[in-house]
Write a protein that binds this ligand. Sequence first.
Ligand SMILES: *Cc1c(COP(=O)(O)O)cnc(C)c1O
Length: 405
Amino acid sequence: MNSRRNVLKSLITLPFVGGLFSKNELLAAETRHILSNIKKDYFKELGIRTFINAAGTYTSMTGSLMAQEVVEAINYGSHEYVNLDELHDKVGQRIAQLLNCEAATVSSGCFGAMSIAMAGVMCGKDPQKVKQLPNTEGLRNEVILQESHSIGYSQALTNVGAKLVKVKTAQELENAISEKTAMLWFLNANTENGDIKWEEFVRLGKKHNIPTFIDCAADVPPVENLFKFTEMGFDMVAFSGGKGLRGPQSAGLLLGKKTYIEAARLHTPPRGETIGRGMKVNKEEVLGMLAALELYLAKDHKAEWQMWETQIDLISNAAKSVEGVETIIHVPPHANHVPSLKIRWDENKVKISPNQLREILRNGSPSIETVGNNREVGITTWMMVPGQETIVAEKIQSILKEHAV
Ligand SMILES: *Cc1c(COP(=O)(O)O)cnc(C)c1O
């Protein structure tokens, strides 16, 4: 039996536990219990710094932490052989059912989802075409996107041989469509920056019979986004597995129309002569991704949001208690849509720069990672282990105080 669960259960079923421990404290106790049961401390042995993630979901910081249920699914998967295609088929069907869309597959991250989807729309289901990538001779190989949506991640599209065609307006988009156009690509994070919004984008795709794709990598929460864009009519929707969903860092979800999901799958293992052969998702992570999704859908999202707000308030109040410090609490409209904090101060009153403060946090014990620049320190709490917000609040307050004149 799972001893952690028993410990937690016994804590939870204690008579007036609600009065004794907050939910955060329970979760922190849970983590301490997991850590105290570790047999081999790899990070310590290797001399690798671990840290409190007060920054957010960053690949460089290894994304998110998986829940025990996800780790259990991964562990479960490691004990038996299955047929990889059958596993992908059945897990894909299950995900499509859960998310109320036509089809789905577990991809190697959101980036991998983009690459195999792009390869899929360029080649259709023609095995000869599948083999020829990244040579796109004779294929529809252009993907149209808004200039303001062009960020580094569109490399996932060009990696498989596609050519980016950048436009600003709906009119420009329509003019850019030709017999070479394979896909229209939308970056949800930059929705506000572009002229063309979701519905119009979908409408243009349908009008010209070109499949539309939306990159929603960092777009849960809100949970509704898992349903919203397939329902709106986007032909393909991709999410990162290792961000808000807290699944395996190297997994992701590709949702959408059956024909495009099937075409994308033709570029993935076990098929060898494909551009996507290296974008393998092992059986353990396929299961881990499914477990993470199920867990996410069952979660009390309102309670979690309130927890984040309370955590952010705590850190904000601790920082603000120092003379000359001001804080801004905000929620980005798209991507990383969670309570977030900016801490700024008058450097005549607190004699340290934001980057210096971040460096002290990083070098402290425990080490704390934040985001920011020379104007402000940025904090989110959603990737922390609940309970760590207290440490972060105290640390920031004490460093600011120390440098106050
Ligand atoms: C993180 C991110 C990706 C890449 O996602 P992975 O799951 O790490 O492959 C792609 N697009 C955007 C907008 C992202 O934020």
